[in-house]
Design a protein around this ligand. Sequence first.
Ligand SMILES: [Zn+2]
Length: 222
Amino acid sequence: MATDPVCGMFVEEKPDSIQHIVDGRKYYFCSTQCLNEFTEPERELRKLKKHVAISIALTIPIVILTLPHMFPSQLEGLIPLLPMETSNYVMLVLATPIQFWIGWRFYKGMWDGIKARASNMDTLIALGTTAAYVYSAAVTIAPGYFPFASVYFETAAIIITLILLGRLLSMEHLQLMSLQSLARASLWTSQGEAKLSALQSTRADFLQSELLKWVKIPCYPR
Ligand SMILES: [Zn+2]
């Protein structure tokens, strides 16, 4: 079993597993998303930041629309209470891009897992949020067929937003840790460049450009 260098999941070393070779060393990945984060970290970080911002911007109004129905007496007069049917349709419109555009990465990850005859974290997220979204969409469009007209758009939206936010923080943290260790290496030795070039090329290019900001700060002993 190999370890995915991005998310830490165990991956079977099969010929059809997602893999990438750097300087003769083979790396295995649980999904194409992890492969992309490994080979193109700068592009993936930019994309993730954009998706998190959009996801937060769409999730906030969904939560605001949900709260008065959950706490009608406590929030009376503070947040306008839209009729249930209207607020459900507005939430359906807001939740759809979160589920199928921002959350598309989870479906891709689930498909990678199915192809590898394994499940991964994306499988759990895709199934859980899809169940909440599809049930809520059905209740919105045909409320008469359900005994309880509750919708769970906010559940799916909050799960996707928080998981992406967690991934963003962990990506930034990992890169900060890499930069700190590289900054130490380049200041303690005169062979920082050699150490950098030993890294995977695209990742090294990104870290090297970021490192220039760090090495100017004399915070590590020589
Ligand atoms: Zn992974």
